[in-house]
Design a protein around this ligand. Structure first.
Ligand code: SER
Length: 586
């Protein structure tokens, strides 16, 4: 079986159990600064786990593109990936433990044909926040997992939460026994020796963790499950690493063909992994830069280039490698085909920049290392590493790798700290400029925020109440708004939308806001637009009686200052999603 077949089997199985297949959310959450990338399938669903009604009902399934960057430096070993695909199914206050576990068991044993002897499961052992999960264990026994294969662990192993607070709960995890010998008599699924590989995690999300660390019950009992596609694919094919499956083999083979260093499998893995992740980020709109998401992408591309150099592969071959992935993964991710040219261009531009940086920085680093040698140092000072970055743009990770090759240690944590301070400073700098009114762009962005709420409300009136925001982006020059819609808007529809918004603007509606508990906000019918985690207390913005949305602002005080609203363009954003670009004219 191939990965794409597993994906299809999964979605079809859950469809047959009454789930609606929803599309993968983009890797880059729109309009949300609280996380850099989508790291789990549940993230875009948070409002619905908290009680908001999902337009597709209470049983959902999808495949979700995910990126986790905590382990970047581990990539190259036999299991860590930054980009991966997670198959998921959700119950939003619908079924709970019994049905969830029964379906997982049936899918693994019947659909994927995994013998029950290969499975072990773990359940939550219980503590003062939440009782021992005997219920899950009972269901596992009932479906056919022998008692000695059912383990209980505490919060470290069997509790799931994204980040510090938010919806969470005990989970039950399924492990695949690779058949390797036990590492000790105590060897069990939590030990990490490689005998047991976690394949699926069913989270029973009935709690919410507050900022103060306490837990409260959610208004509904949810299930959130996640099955890592690359991993299950590898196990079913009896392979040792994901790089040995059809997802990576063509690129790994190409790299092997191109390099004289046939032994260096680690660098080949790093190139293969980082290139795939970069392509996925770029295809979802990411671009390299020096901050946040852009910096992660930059790091991935640059680390890849550094390992291509190690492998002595001509950097012009990047185009060839992108094409190999286009052929390998195009069916799973059509954007890699559609945006092939764009992806290549972004990576090649970044490569050109990095090559220049490397030339300068490497010369400087050599000087620095020579000095360190003369002074008999074993550690490269943080300030030196940081200076190389500030003056030559030479990335600390690269300094670390080169320095370590020559026997010096570098403390990246310290550097991270300096880096953050530096970013804070430049941010304050630009905030100051901003407030000084250099361009007045803060004012325009504020206006566009309010206009976005009006557009959202107008679309509901003109196209139907189910219309909702799927994404938005604001610059001082314009606003952009995505929404699910099955047709190109007619001129008449566009005119009606513009007229309605301009009417509201002319009416001079007051824009007010109040803070309230998130649950109360949802209960009063406020639109919950952010596809991500909400803080406990949210701000609800109300515009006259036409719009009520949870939002962080900022907004104007009265619509009359907005001027005239005009749609500049209406186009397809992706399948079934339309995009409006609009401006406010004074
Ligand atoms: N949220 C859980 C995870 O990411 C299950 O989907 O593992």
């Amino acid at each position: 079986m191939k990965a794409i077949e597993i994906r299809n089997k999964y979605l079809n199985y859950f469809k047959s159990k009454g789930h609606v297949v929803i599309p993968s959310a983009p890797l880059i959450p729109e309009n949300d600064a609280s996380v850099l990338f989508t790291t789990a399938g549940m993230q875009p669903l948070v409002p619905y786990l908290l009680g908001q009604k999902h337009p597709n009902g209470t049983r959902l399934t999808d495949y979700q593109k995910c990126l986790r960057t905590v382990d970047i430096d581990e990539v190259g070993d036999n299991r860590h990936l930054t980009y991966f695909e997670m198959l998921g199914n959700w119950s939003l206050g619908d079924y709970f433990k019994e049905e969830s576990i029964s379906m997982s068991y049936e899918f693994l044993t019947k659909e994927l044909g995994i013998p029950v002897e290969k499975l072990s499961v773990t359940c939550f052992a219980g503590d003062s926040d939440c009782a021992r999960d005997e219920e899950s264990a009972k269901v596992w026994k009932k479906v056919g997992v022998p008692e000695e294969k059912i383990y209980f662990f505490g919060k470290d192993d069997n509790w799931w939460i994204a980040g510090e607070n938010g919806p969470c709960g005990p989970d039950t995890e399924m492990f695949y026994d690779t058949g390797k010998p036990k590492c000790s008599s105590e060897c069990n699924p939590s030990c990490g020796c490689g005998k047991y590989v976690e394949i699926w995690n069913n989270v029973f999300m009935e709690f919410y963790k507050n900022e103060d660390g306490t837990y409260k019950k959610l208004s509904q009992k949810n299930v959130d499950t996640g099955l890592g596609l690359e991993r299950i694919n590898m196990l079913l094919q009896g392979k040792e690493t994901p790089y040995d499956t059809e997802l990576f083999v063509p690129v790994m083979d190409k790299l092997l063909e191109l390099t004289p260093y046939k032994e260096n499998i680690q660098s080949r893995r790093i190139v293969a992994e980082h290139l795939r992740a970069s392509m996925m980020i770029i295809s979802d709109g990411g671009r390299p830069s020096n901050i946040d998401r852009g910096y992660i992408l930059r790091r991935l591309i640059r680390r890849m280039i550094r390992h291509l150099n190690k492998l002595e592969i001509n950097l012009n071959e990047i185009s060839t490698l992108v094409d190999v992935y286009k052929d390998t993964l195009g069916e799973m991710y059509p954007d890699l085909v559609l945006k092939n040219k764009e992806i290549k261009q972004v990576i090649i531009d970044e490569k050109d920049k990095f090559v220049k940086t490397l030339e300068h920085g490497q010369r400087e680093l050599e000087k620095v290392l020579n000095r360190a040698k003369q002074e008999n140092k074993t550690i490269l000072e943080t300030s030196t590493v940081f200076n190389l970055y500030e003056t030559y743009g030479f990335p600390p990770e690269v300094t670390k790798e080169i320095a370590e090759e020559q026997g010096y240690s570098v403390d990246l944590k310290e550097i991270d700290k300096l880096f953050k301070e530096h970013q804070e400073k430049s941010k304050t700098g630009s905030d100051k400029k901003f407030k000084g009114g250099l361009s007045g762009s803060g004012e325009m962005e504020t206006k566009y925020h309010t206009a976005t709420h009006l557009l959202n409300a107008a679309l509901k009136v003109i196209l139907g109440p189910e219309t909702h925001q799927a994404g938005s982006n604001i610059t001082p020059e314009r606003m952009r708004f995505d929404f699910p819609c099955d047709h190109k808007l007619t001129d008449d529809e566009k005119k009606k939308i513009e007229d309605l918004i301009n009417e509201w603007i002319e009416e001079g509606l007051n824009v007010t806001n109040t803070e309230m508990k998130k649950e109360d906000a949802v209960a009063t019918g406020a639109e919950a637009m952010f596809i991500e985690r909400y803080p406990d207390i949210v701000t609800v913005y109300t515009i006259g009686d036409v719009s009520k949305e949870i939002c962080m602002g900022p907004h104007v005080e009265n619509t009359k200052v907005l001027g005239h609203f005009k749609i500049q363009k209406e186009e397809a954003s992706s399948a079934g999603v339309r995009r409006i670009k609009a401006v406010l004219i004074n």
